[in-house]
Design a protein around this ligand. Structure first.
Ligand SMILES: [Zn+2]
Length: 273
């Protein structure tokens, strides 16, 4: 029962913020973070901070969650870009484009060099990766599941930043967000074999009486290294999505009809320099 005189309690979206996007760096005009599932308007299997429109959310909470996050973090929600993610290796640039047009196209990374725009990916188990070049002033959000990793989605995103905005790979900051870890990512032997061939046998974890498990985080680090990033500029945030139902959505754990997280990065309009 609601007291009509009382305003509704407003949740606070839980956001994991890379150290390079926090504090004084923010004065340089950057917002970036990985949302957990905590602090939003979703209910039931979508509780709380769901951003997925893939399944009907009975509470209609996605729009309210976007508005909540935009207001809390400080960006224009009409300038947030997400793509139709297809587990591939290609991406799109958002400069001068319309969010609805970009959102209708298949892409697994989004890049942008235009202040006032935020690029985002939506995940639950797949690994979100955020990239920023502070000097070339450009950003990328990458959706890296096992298929995307195999399709070089991370290297392709870095290449796009380099060619389009004259970014330098060794100057990029990267943050690797929450995703499913080797403890829970059980796969068929075909997938395990492909990862062993591509990234070495150590990324496949064998457990007695179980199918092989694959560590996706080591391949993500390898891809960032192959793309030319410096390891001391790469940061990992969050835990295994599948192991932490209180904090993260997980498709592997809960199946269809679940919520998904938003991971975002954008340059703000620079007021002064
Ligand atoms: Zn786990």
């Amino acid at each position: 029962m609601k007291d009509g005189m009382r305003t509704e309690d407003r949740p606070t979206a839980e956001v994991l913020v890379p150290s390079w996007a926090d504090g004084t760096r923010r004065e340089r005009g950057l917002v970036a973070g990985f949302c957990t599932r905590r602090g939003g308007y979703g209910t039931g299997r979508f509780a709380e901070l769901n951003f997925s429109r893939r399944w009907p959310d009975p509470a209609g909470a996605v729009d309210r969650n976007v508005a909540l996050l935009a207001d809390q973090v400080g960006f224009d929600l009409s300038q947030m870009f997400t793509a139709r993610q297809v587990h591939g290796g290609t991406g799109l640039a958002c400069d001068g484009r319309d969010p609805e047009v970009v959102g209708a196209q298949g892409a697994d990374f989004l890049v942008c060099g235009e202040p006032g725009r935020v690029v985002a990916v939506i995940t639950a188990d797949c690994i979100p990766v955020l990239l920023w070049d502070p000097d070339a002033r450009c950003v990328a959000a990458v959706h890296a599941g096992w298929r995307g990793i195999m399709a070089d989605v991370i290297q392709n995103a870095v290449s796009e930043l380099v060619t389009r905005y004259q970014a330098r790979a060794d100057r990029l900051f990267a943050a690797v967000g929450p995703g499913i870890d080797a403890c829970c990512f059980e796969v068929g032997s075909d997938v395990a074999d492909r990862f062993a061939v591509r990234f070495g046998p150590d990324v496949v974890v064998t457990m007695p009486g179980r199918n092989p498990h694959v560590d996706l985080f080591t391949p993500v680090a390898v891809c960032l290294d192959e793309a030319g990033l410096s390891a001391d500029r790469v940061e990992r945030l969050g835990e295994c999505t599948c192991c932490h139902p209180d904090r993260f959505f997980s498709y592997r754990r809960d199946g269809v009809g679940i919520g998904q997280h938003l991971s975002f990065i954008g340059l703000l309009e620079v007021v002064h320099r």
